[in-house]
Design a protein around this ligand. Structure first.
Ligand code: ATP
Ligand code: MG
Length: 292
């Protein structure tokens, strides 16, 4: 199985991942496994409120992550049952100015390819938008983020795509978490890069030479389509396609549920701000938030 279980466990269990990352010297926020509310209060005394509590396993799209504001909030969060095999993980709340994702592909023979570092925007815990490359990111810091991702891929013997989610405070970068698969932060690569994350994932697994991860245009944006009140997404195609022939739309064929990721819209070009306005409009039309 590639990547092997010793690598994959770090994408499944955030406490194991934190320990591994510290071991390879990657920058991580202050963290501790906490067994009880009293133990978590001790941790809060060192980092202050608010701080972050997470279940080490079973979370996604912000489920299993809480920004703890007070001791009573802490007690309420920790009174909930943990998913099977999970522990409570407490972390300092990082005052980031943007969230980043550094994606790399790595083959069993050790060839690697690093994609441009992107900005990810989460709304209520769910990734809503991605901008490639990350606007305003200092070129040296972008290279540092790519270097961190390549180091982690090598240290963990990753095969295929690795996404390293990071926090950028403007002064420093911290690693948030790892995903060992094609990732939402790389959907823009289908149209925006020479080789998509999906193709490079397969090339890596097959140990074929990797394709260029370079961007085709100066900028690309991806906006997720979240399920809203409209059950039939396909009826929006005619309007969206006619209004803006430059957009690319991907619907996943999933059952529509409120807040669920059911597709995405990509726009490539030169000005990220105008690309975002166009892609957001289409995504909002699909989800039913607007009707013209
Ligand atoms: N230590 C932290 N400091 C500040 N914000 C944080 C911290 N940890 C998590 N967050 C916020 O919560 C979001 C979700 O956290 P995390 O990535 O750990 O959870 P997840 O639900 O597994 O995410 P995903 O949707 O990527 O699977 C982050 O993208 C970030 O916005
Ligand atoms: Mg995450």
């Amino acid at each position: 199985m590639r990547p092997g279980p010793r690598a994959l466990i770090n994408a499944q269990d955030k406490a194991i991942m934190r320990r591994t990352l510290e071991g390879v010297g990657a920058p991580v926020p202050a963290w501790r496994v906490v067994e009880s509310p009293a133990h978590a209060r001790d941790f809060a005394e060192t980092v202050g409120y608010p701080f972050i509590l997470k279940t080490s396993r079973g979370g996604y799209d912000g489920k299993g992550v809480w920004r703890v504001e007070s001791t009573s909030h802490l007690d309420a969060v920790m009174s909930q049952p943990l998913p099977p095999g999970a522990v409570w993980l407490a972390e300092a709340a990082v005052p980031f100015t943007q969230e980043l994702s550094a994606q790399v592909a790595r083959s069993p023979s050790g060839q690697t390819a690093a994609y441009p570092v992107v900005r990810t925007v989460q709304t209520e815990g769910i990734c809503s938008e991605v901008v490639a490359p990350a606007p305003g990111l200092d070129p040296d810091r972008a290279v540092e983020a790519q270097r961190i991702a390549l180091d982690i891929a090598g240290a963990l013997d990753v095969t295929g795509m690795l996404a390293v989610e990071m926090f950028d405070t403007g002064q420093e970068i911290f690693v948030n978490e790892l995903a060992m698969r094609p990732h939402n932060s790389g959907h823009w690569t289908i149209e925006g890069a020479i080789t998509s994350q999906f193709e490079n994932h397969l090339r890596a697994v097959l140990d074929l030479p990797l394709g260029s991860p370079n961007a085709r245009e100066p900028a690309a944006v991806m906006v997720n389509i979240l399920g809203g009140d409209v059950g039939d997404l396909y009826s929006a195609y005619r309007h969206v396609f006619a209004r803006d022939p430059g957009l690319k739309v991907h619907l996943y064929g999933k059952e529509v549920r409120p807040g669920r990721k059911v597709g995405h819209v990509t726009a490539v070009g030169s000005d990220p701000q105008s690309l975002l306005l166009r892609a957001r409009h289409a995504a909002d039309y699909f989800s039913g938030a607007i009707n013209e």
